[in-house]
Design a protein around this ligand. Structure first.
Ligand code: LLP
Length: 421
């Protein structure tokens, strides 16, 4: 059993759904991202079932994986999108997503991005500072439009996750301190080009427990109470994303576990009428993908054994950036042969170029490895460092494989560059 239900062994070969990863590597080369369409459906289904009978809008946190095929699939299933840039808005539109189901988060929204979002008719701006609030109001007024807004408040709760992906603490750059929120809402109330529609928070990522969400929710509920005393009524409450996935042996809370408690708290406060917005990213796609890579060389020095593979930190930066653990599976595990402890490293000229450390595997040069749980924050964080073309992306659907992004051509990496006169 691997960590990802849609990537399992059949006849001793790792498959994506019904397609052998050996065949995909031979056809499309490596490094290669391989996704499972069914895994996307199942992830969506776990939110849909959890939300049944209630007014819930899932705005997929598309920074996790923004390939148009992925976005289009979710749009067809009915999701909205959480965007953080004008570029992401353009992707949503190109993928056939509904702008009316888009929420726009991020601390640094630029004028052109705010204009584009107003023109597209998004659902809501998640405003992260008073200056941004004023800027949105000015732009909307100039365009003779009314901007729907929600304040992203920082509830100062510990999401108990890696410090780089924790966002709801006082010393993070995100959101408006919850104590200052009533004042900023009061200002918004005076600006006729703004329409207050909600309140929002996002406390972090790869959260496996529901208690940090409930701590944040309780703070938001008392803010909603204060606002109603100020004469402000809200249409929705956005709890952000952040539910974790299994990378190794985690048992993250499920959407049902989370939403059951959230609905209980809303009902207890007489707030069942509030629409609930969620912004899940990782839990929608993380275990829907693997990074397939081939071993170029095995080498050893005095201290260590290394498997040098053709994928690198430019394809998957999470290990070196967050010391993140990704399981590594041999695509065709060797029954015989000595298992040694390897660091799995790439060809990039950085000591930080590693994908996994201290993994005990029986390996030979030419073997294929699958780096698991690479559906989220993998391709979207990829770069071309060392002038390496970004990998191709394949979507498997049952027995079919579809190229959803071909491997980048070498020349395309520098064809837009210009020589000096
Ligand atoms: N909403 C907002 C405002 C966010 O900032 C994020 C993620 C999400 C939703 C989606 O969160 P998720 O459900 O995926 O946890 N690159 C890091 C993760 C960064 C998350 C940034 N914000 C990683 O690879 O672990």
């Amino acid at each position: 059993m691997t960590v990802a239900p849609h990537f399992q062994f059949q006849d001793q070969v790792l498959h994506a759904e019904q397609v052998s990863l050996v065949c995909l590597a031979e056809t499309y080369g490596t490094p290669l991202f391989v996704y499972s369409r069914q895994a996307l459906h199942d992830a969506w289904e776990s939110y849909r079932v959890a939300a049944q009978g209630r007014d819930v809008l899932v705005c997929y946190g598309m920074k996790a994986n923004s390939n148009l095929a992925v976005l289009n699939e979710f749009a067809r299933l009915g999701t909205g999108f959480d965007i953080v840039s004008g570029g992401e808005l353009a992707r949503v539109i190109a993928a056939g997503g509904d702008p009316a189901k888009v929420v726009f988060s991020g601390v640094g929204k630029q004028t052109w991005e705010i204009e584009a979002a107003l023109d597209a008719g998004i659902k809501c701006f998640n405003v992260e500072s008073q200056s941004e609030l004023v800027r949105i109001a000015d732009i909307a007024a100039r365009k003779k439009m009314v901007a729907p807004i929600s304040l992203r408040v920082n509830p100062d709760v510990d999401a108990c996750t890696h410090p780089y992906i924790s966002t709801g603490l006082k010393d993070n750059k995100f959101g408006i301190a919850i104590d200052e929120a009533p004042e900023v809402y009061a200002l918004a109330q005076t600006l006729p080009s703004l329409h207050i529609v909600g309140v929002d928070c996002h406390i972090g990522s790869q959260i496996t427990e529901i208690s940090p969400y409930l701590d944040a929710l309780n703070k938001l509920l008392s803010l909603i109470q204060t606002l109603s005393e100020q004469g402000i009524t809200l249409h929705h409450l956005d709890l952000g994303g952040g539910l974790g996935i299994r990378y190794t042996d985690e048992t993250p809370a499920t959407p049902t576990m989370l939403l059951t408690e959230v609905f209980k708290a809303l009902d207890a406060q007489g707030l069942s009428h509030l629409q609930l917005v969620l912004e899940p990213g990782r839990s929608m796609v993380g275990n829907a993908g693997v990074l397939l890579t081939r071993i170029e060389y095995l080498k050893r020095n005095e201290a260590k054994n290394f498997a040098v593979v053709d994928a690198a930190m430019n394809d998957l930066i999470r290990p070196t950036l967050y010391e993140a653990w990704h399981d590594v599976e041999a695509v065709q595990p060797r029954a015989e042969g000595e298992a040694l402890t390897y660091d799995i490293v790439g060809p990039i000229c950085e000591s930080g170029d590693w994908l996994a450390k201290d993994r005990t595997l029986a390996l030979e040069e030419g073997d294929l490895l699958a780096v698991m749980s690479a559906g989220a924050y993998a391709f979207t964080m990829a770069s071309q460092y060392n002038t390496r073309p970004r990998a191709a992306e394949i979507m498997v659907d049952g027995t079919q494989a579809h190229v959803i992004r071909p491997r980048e051509e070498l020349t395309s990496l520098f064809s837009s560059e210009r020589l000096l006169p």
